[in-house]
Design a protein around this ligand. Structure first.
Ligand code: IPE
Ligand code: IPE
Ligand code: MG
Length: 243
C-alpha cells in the first residue's frame, strides 16, 4: 500500500470520481451463495473507497447504487435490494456522517418508499454542513430520464416566455440536471469487467477518463482505488485541444 501511495501525484488528484459498482451477483454466485449475499458485501468496498477518497483529498465521489433500469430485474431481486436498503440505510448513513461527508442524492426518489425517502432527506439535511467531501448517491438514477426531465423543464420555461431560446447553453442545461452544482466527472471506475456506461452520468462524464477493472465490486479495496487513480494520472487529457 505504501508503494502505491508513493506513486500518487498529489498535484493531479481528480476532483470528481464516479463508480459503477458492478459484479455483486457474480461474486456471490461464484461462492454458491444467493446474489443478495454479494449486495450485502458491497458496503465494505464502499467504505474502503470513501476512506481512499478522504486520504487523497478527492472532494466528490458519486456511487451508482440503483439504476432506473434495475427495476426490470426479477421481482425477488428488486425486493431483496430494497429490503437491504431498508435494513441498512440508517446505520450506514450515520457511519458516513461520522466521516464528516456531505450526502446528496441524484435520481428519481419518488419511486422509493416513504420510509427510504424520509431517512435519506433526514441525512441530506443533517450532513449539509459536513466538510470532508461530498458523497453523491445515484438512486433510481438514469441519465436519459435526467436529460428528458431537464429538457421538459427548459421547454416549459421557453413556452411560458420565462426565458428566450438563446439563453439555453451548456451551463443553463447543467443547472436543470440532478447534478446541478456538482463538478463534471473526471474519472469513471467500473468493476466486474463490463466495459459500458449503463446509462450513468452521460452528460457529466463527456470528458471523463474511463477505468475498467475485472475485480468484482465486493472484492474492490482501497489499494484497487489507488491503482485506478495512478492509472488516471498517467492519462493525457486534451479536451479537444492538441496538448
Ligand atoms: C451491482 O451488481 C449492483 C446493482 C446493480 C444493484 P450486480 O447485481 O449487477 O451484479 P452482477 O453484475 O449481476 O454480477
Ligand atoms: C449498473 O450495473 C448499475 C449499477 C451498478 C447500480 P448493471 O449490472 O445494472 O448494468 P448492466 O445491466 O450490466 O449494463
Ligand atoms: Mg451487473
Amino acid at each position: 500500500m505504501k508503494n502505491l501511495l508513493e506513486k500518487i501525484d498529489y498535484s493531479k488528484i481528480p476532483h470528481h470520481v464516479a463508480i459503477i459498482m458492478d459484479g455483486n451477483g457474480r461474486w456471490a454466485e461464484k461462492r454458491g451463495k444467493l446474489r443478495t449475499f454479494g449486495h450485502e458485501q458491497a458496503m465494505i468496498s464502499i467504505i474502503d473507497s470513501l476512506n481512499a477518497c478522504k486520504e487523497l483529498g478527492i472532494p466528490y465521489i458519486t456511487l451508482y447504487v440503483f439504476s432506473s433500469e434495475n427495476w426490470s430485474r426479477p421481482k425477488q431481486e428488486v425486493e431483496n435490494l430494497l429490503n437491504l436498503f431498508h435494513k441498512n440505510l440508517k446505520k450506514y448513513l450515520e457511519v458516513i456522517h461520522r466521516k464528516n461527508l456531505r450526502i446528496i442524492s441524484i435520481g428519481c426518489m419518488e419511486k422509493f418508499s416513504d420510509f427510504l425517502q424520509k431517512v435519506l432527506c433526514f441525512f441530506i439535511k443533517k450532513t449539509k454542513h459536513n466538510s470532508s467531501g461530498t458523497l453523491v448517491l445515484a438512486l433510481n438514477y438514469g441519465s436519459r430520464e435526467e436529460i428528458i426531465r431537464a429538457t421538459k423543464n427548459i421547454a416549459k420555461k421557453v413556452c411560458q416566455g420565462v426565458i428566450p431560446l438563446e439563453d439555453i447553453n451548456d451551463s443553463f442545461f447543467q443547472d436543470h440536471l440532478y447534478t446541478k452544482n456538482l463538478p463534471d466527472v473526471d474519472l469513471v471506475i467500473r468493476t466486474s469487467g463490463e466495459k459500458r456506461i449503463s446509462n450513468f452520468l452521460l452528460w457529466q462524464s463527456a470528458y471523463a477518463e474511463l477505468y475498467f477493472t475485472n475485480i468484482l465490486w465486493p472484492d474492490f479495496r482501497k489499494k484497487d482505488f489507488f491503482k485506478a487513480i495512478i492509472n488516471y494520472q498517467k492519462r493525457k487529457r486534451r479536451f479537444g485541444n492538441i496538448h
